[in-house]
Ligand binder design. Structure first.
Ligand code: SAH
Length: 237
């Protein structure tokens, strides 16, 4: 998209303060500028990051850190990813197939957590199906998202290892938790031409970001930089 900087400014200006006041817009705009300085360049992703009030997704005690480039605890040993990593993964997703309106089509997110990334995705995709295996986080995300009224976000409680066949095929799949390999169900539920972005375990217990493209010729997998995500676990709790 042309005129990235102006697009971001515009997006930030249109944020409804919702009682938080202009301060939070200003810190969010600063966060977006920092992301841009770090090399993130997709104007739509940056604009979406500028729209979503990250401080609403973390405990009040952590709200003052909400716009720093750091992951934060969200309870039960889970974390909300760093803004940089969220933006990076969404940029990678948008490197796959897009609809005519420039949005991603139906997206499956594994690991709703507090619902932050689902909220950002709601601005970039036609539909967002987001699965969480921990009931209390699923409930927390529902609570966090309630006031935002995002009709295209569908929160699902369940084990995301099996994906969500009812919503398939997906134009994109994004995981916020890393396992030893990409679960076969995700690849099955990805549309031809679709793209999946997920952390997976590499040698020595480290993790790397993987981009998987499903093409007519088969599956193409690209391993990118090292990342640190919580483990992908099976079952619900
Ligand atoms: N995108 C989230 C990040 C949450 S951390 C946010 O913006 O807050 C990753 C989440 O993945 C955790 O909440 C964890 O419980 C969840 N998770 C791990 N394995 C899962 C699985 N098999 N199915 C669904 N969720 C899973």
């Amino acid at each position: 998209m042309a005129g990235g900087k102006n697009d971001i400014k515009k997006a930030v200006k249109t944020v409804t303060p919702g009682g938080v006041g202009l301060d939070s817009q200003a810190v969010r705009a600063r966060m977006v500028r920092k992301l841009a300085a770090q090399g993130l360049s997709d104007a739509r992703v940056l604009a979406a990051m500028g729209l979503v009030e990250r401080h609403r997704f973390v405990d009040t005690a952590l709200a003052n850190q909400a716009y720093e480039d750091t992951s934060l605890p969200i309870g039960l040993g889970q974390t909300i990813s760093k803004p940089n990593v969220v933006a990076r993964m969404l940029e990678l997703l948008r490197g796959g197939a897009l609809e005519a309106n420039g949005k991603l089509g139906r997206v499956l997110e594994i690991g709703t957590g507090c619902g932050y990334q689902a909220a950002v995705l709601s601005h970039l995709a036609t539909e967002v199906y987001s699965m969480e295996r921990l009931r209390s986080l699923h409930d927390k995300a529902r609570e966090n998202l309630r006031t935002l009224r995002l009709p295209n976000v569908h929160l699902l409680f369940g084990d995301g290892m099996a994906g969500f066949p009812k919503g398939a095929p997906y134009a994109a799949i994004i995981a916020a938790a890393g396992g030893q390999a990409i679960p076969p169900a995700w690849i099955e539920q990805l549309a031809p031409g679709g793209r999946l972005v997920a952390p997976i375990q590499t040698a020595g217990g480290a993790q790397a970001l993987v981009v998987l493209d499903k093409t007519m010729q088969g599956v193409r997998q690209t391993v990118l930089e090292a990342v640190h995500f919580v483990p992908l676990k099976s079952g619900t709790s």
